[in-house]
Unconditional design. Sequence first.
Lengths: 77, 382
Amino acid sequence: MSQGVILFPSIHFVLHAEKMIKGKGFSIDLIPVPRQLSSDCGICMLIEWERKEVICTLLEERGVKVEGVHPLPQKEN
Amino acid sequence: MIYFDNAATSWPKPPQVKEAIVRFMDEIGANPGRSGHLPSIEAARVLHETREVLSICFHVKDSSRIVFTHNATESINLGLKGLLKPGDHVITSGMEHNSVMRPLRDLEKKGIELSIIPCSPKGILDPLEVEKKIQTNTRMVVLNHASNVTGTLLPIREVGQVARKHDFLFLVDAAQTAGACPIDMEEDGIDLLAFTGHKSLYGPQGTGGLVIGVRVKEKEMIPLKQGGTGSRSEFEEQPDFLPDRFESGTPNSVGIAGLLAGIRFVLEKGIEQIQKHEISLIRKLINGLKEFPQVRLYGPESGLDRIATLSFNVAHLPPSEVAFRLEREFRILCRPGLQCAPAAHRTIGTFPEGTVRFSLSYLSSEEHVDQAIQAVGQLAQE
């Protein structure tokens, strides 16, 4: 399954997002921002790419500021 | 031993506070939000969750507007020095602690105009007096929620309405009330709420914060310090968003872990229940001490318009001697003198000698109060 990341302006919003969607059946993880991407915060949220719309709508409804949503960059060899 | 110096710092703390501190040291330990490793994320979760429970305490909608500091003094300094500019006018009361008066006196030298509303000898403030002091350049009103000398509650909700009506900011020093009295940022019309963690929120010393209300333009508010925040590391300019803008440098994460346990204790008991218990104890103390004609009590007597902090004097003995003898002969700890609030003592007529102060907490008991009444009675009747 393809994965993506959600970027946030600061660690506060990463953790706020985590709290808001915890226990709602999403498979997520907090990981360092991949070096191909740039974010104001060093941590981002790893998500299942196909569920990005549902998650982003949910976060928006709860007032969590999202900086960007990107497919997980392929690992370089 | 009876500890009646809770207005300085609460003791004992609920055991879970120490346990949370030990757990943080043993199992987390890392710097919050500075790295991508799990302990660092876990430390950041502790800070985030503490903001979340604080937002329940003070009815804050967006917990990112809660900034951690080391104590209420730092929070008050941040609110005042971050927002006031030469030419601005500030209103405060005659019952303030030096945490408010000293920064204001310093700002006065830098061109900020200051008006001080006199209070009654019981420390009571008439909200109409605030309106009388308003000028065209009034920018802020600063009040303590309760006096650390007399325990008198100030009418913050009424003053909050005045501040909204005339469109200036309202800074509340809740050092003595956060956790002990209900506080509602919105209903009380508060724009800046300075709180400490180590008193009625039962956290360790070195914890506190400032709630920055939505009417405050944080981008225009100047931080007391700049530095690393773990965010926007590629830029050499300070972030302009909350809470990072005002949280440079490694925070007291281990202390905040303890504070989180303290706040959870408060929320579990319920702030209204805590207040009810403390009022019943202070009423008992007031009624007991009133029986001795040699004892003079200060502040309101009813119990409804006060917190569980009481100032008194024993006719023939200086406050320092009363405190010393209470400790040595009765093992009762309290605080004599001016309690860092000379303005309040001028208002109640006890400057420069001061008073003896008993300050209780939710963990004080009726037995403590009975023993204290007996001890003071013995000294008074000598």
